[in-house]
Design a protein around this ligand. Structure first.
Ligand code: PLP
Length: 369
């Protein structure tokens, strides 16, 4: 199988990730719950990953909170910053992991910047929305549907200038593009551990630039006499037993990225996405591509997107079709009716993958010209 669905999760994780998961299962009990060897090994496994993540994302170790996925972190962050009925600026490319929690709070959304691959438009619209007054802003670093890399450094600066607290959704960028809590000055940055960071499914990280409100209440192995959640990080948002094998694997994923270099991965993925987009255009598909694009490219074939993905699957190519949990992004791009077929490259991106994909795609119906 040629796996081109890295936007959903990275697949065929590095060997060292699988080994680290198995090792943690063999050696670790519950972290922070005992002073015997297996409990201490668990605490050390978790702490070492926390330290590695802190170095990678430029923050203090205690600002790294482990979550079960990116959605979990976004929910904590949104619940902390947004009061029911609050006014929130979002980009035109948000995932349901952002819009559903906001909808659940009855937030008033100001959607800013709907043009794909257009930094000028994104920044102008974003600034205009902030100037109207907002309680918070939430924006994705990279669109999971179109691979549009948003100008997050500039968006963060605008938020800081206007004193608007903000959350960055780094689901599609952590592990491929630089993400720094210190440089961005974000209130929160949420990310999965299982996509670009190459960790196991069921892992995630919330970087906390401020004290979060806990979503789950329960035991932390600390301050046990107190019936309130601890008022210190990361315990405040880590109630219950954390995913020790997953965190062990996540640490190995981060170590792998450090050893091979994130830059090269991004360049390889983006290059193949570009080649793939050019090839699809030659085949007569409607392709969404432009400047500031990651290793993800979306297209609309002549026929139904789901059928196209199924036809590709029969030829051994794994891609995803539909709305990709991001109806807002499709509304912005005008593809809400059709959805798209999404091709998302991973660290193993290669010209061979692109050629094999295009050979299979050549059998799909093209758009009528
Ligand atoms: N945000 C974006 C942009 C995503 O692409 C995804 C997942 O695809 C999420 C959030 C949610 O991530 P998770 O499945 O880890 O909760």
């Amino acid at each position: 199988m040629i796996y081109l669905d890295n936007g959903a999760t990275s697949f065929r994780k590095p060997d060292r990730v699988r080994r680290a998961v198995a090792e943690a299962m063999a050696r670790c009990a519950n972290p922070g719950r005992g002073g015997y060897g297996a409990a201490m090994a668990a605490a050390e496994t978790v702490f070492r990953c926390r330290e590695a993540a802190a170095e990678f994302f430029e923050c203090e170790a205690e600002q790294v909170a482990f979550t079960s996925n990116c959605t979990h972190g976004l929910n904590i962050a949104i619940r902390t910053l947004v009061k029911p009925g609050g006014r929130v600026v979002v980009s035109g490319f948000e995932h349901n992991a952002v819009t559903r929690p906001l909808h659940g709070l009855g937030a008033e959304l100001m959607v800013a910047g709907r043009k794909l691959f257009d930094w000028e438009d994104t920044l102008e619209e974003f600034d205009r929305a902030l100037r109207q007054g907002a309680d918070a802003a939430v924006f994705t670093h990279v669109s999971n549907v179109f691979g549009y890399i948003l100008p997050v450094a500039e968006m963060a600066a605008l938020c800081r200038e206007r004193g608007v607290p903000f959350i960055i959704d780094a689901a599609q960028s952590a592990g491929t593009l630089p993400v720094s809590l210190k440089a961005l000055g974000a209130d929160f940055i949420a990310m999965p551990g299982h996509k670009g960071l190459l960790g196991p499914q069921g892992t995630g990280i919330l970087l906390c630039g401020r004290m979060p409100e806990p979503l789950l209440l329960g035991g932390t192995g600390s301050d046990s006499i107190n019936q309130r959640m601890p008022d210190f990080l990361p315990d405040r948002v880590e109630a219950g037993t954390v995913n020790v094998p997953g965190i062990g694997g996540l640490h190995a994923g981060i170590a792998y990225l450090r050893s091979v270099g994130m830059d090269g991965i991004h360049r390889r993925e983006a290059l193949q996405a570009r080649r793939c987009g050019e090839g699809l255009e030659r085949l007569g598909m409607r392709v969404f591509r432009g400047d500031h694009q990651s290793g993800t490219v979306s297209f609309v074939p002549g026929g139904d997107c789901e059928e196209a993905a199924a036809a590709l699957a029969r030829q051994g190519i794994a891609v995803r079709a539909g709305l990709h949990c991001a109806p807002l992004a499709h509304e912005s791009a005008g593809t809400l009716e059709t959805g798209t077929v999404r091709v998302s490259f991973g660290p193993d991106a290669s010209p061979e993958q692109t050629r094999a994909f295009l050979r299979a795609a050549a059998k799909l119906p093209a758009m009528e010209s």
